[in-house]
Design a protein around this ligand. Structure first.
Ligand code: FMN
Length: 215
């Protein structure tokens, strides 16, 4: 079975990224791009990002999670701390986040360190979630093997009965991580494969070194 994709080719013409007019702080550029893409391009879930971790088995692994907040300090997502990614982060907090907004011909790649956020912040976010999602977080021992789907559905039914009319508390094994960036690269597709790449690297004095990279 094979299919040759050699002629899948597209010219990128939707924007440009010039050193002259980028802000000194990459979080500002992130916000500008995020808002622009979210407002003017139909990308589905603007906040869907890939997070790559270095696994305990020595392999990198990437999967999609949802960015739930960004601040001047970093990027927050929520997950199960006991999941495969949670265990990987415990052993090595260095991670990579990436966004590909195809409709805007933009990619952002972030290297950083993941840290658990304060418990009260995870509590606050958990409380804001719909009941179904709260129960889902309890039902799912994320990344563990399950016998079949009915195991999950039965567990959900039992929990629905248990918590009927009651508030659902956040399980301690579920919460947020903030990824604090040390490097952020912005990629804007350009014609003739001469794409724009601007890389910010955090310096020890909280300044960012800004350089253009060859495409
Ligand atoms: C669009 C999309 C959004 C997702 N959002 C999350 C999320 O916010 N948190 C999460 O733990 N998993 C999310 N997932 C599921 C993860 O991709 C992954 O399957 C799960 O976290 C288990 O990963 P792990 O076993 O490598 O730890 C999402 C998947 C998709 C496709």
């Amino acid at each position: 079975m094979e299919k040759d994709l050699g002629n899948y080719r597209k010219s990128y013409e939707k924007g440009e990224l010039l050193l002259d007019n980028v802000p000194v702080n990459p979080m500002e550029l992130f916000r500008n791009w995020f808002v622009e893409v979210d407002t003017h391009f139909n990308v589905g879930e603007t906040n869907a990002m890939t997070i790559s971790t270095l696994g305990l088995d020595g392999y990198p692994k990437s999967r999609v999670v949802l960015l739930k907040k960004y601040t001047h300090e970093g990027f927050i997502f929520y997950t199960n701390y006991n999941s495969e990614k949670g265990k990987a982060i415990d052993a090595n907090p260095n991670v990579c986040l990436s966004f590909f907004w195809q409709a805007a011909e933009r990619q952002i790649i972030i290297k950083g360190r993941a840290e658990k956020i304060a418990e009260n912040l995870s509590d606050g976010y958990f409380e804001s979630r719909p009941r179904g999602s709260q129960l889902g977080a309890i039902v799912s021992e994320q990344s563990e093997v399950v016998k079949d789907r009915s195991e999950l559905e039965d567990k959900l039914k039992a929990l629905e009965a248990k918590y009927e009319g009651k508030d659902i508390e956040r399980p301690k094994y579920w919460g947020g991580y903030m990824v604090k960036p040390v490097e952020i690269e912005f990629w804007q597709g350009r014609p003739n494969r001469l794409h724009d790449r601007i890389r910010y690297q955090l310096q020890s004095n909280f300044d960012w070194k800004i350089e253009r990279l060859s495409p």
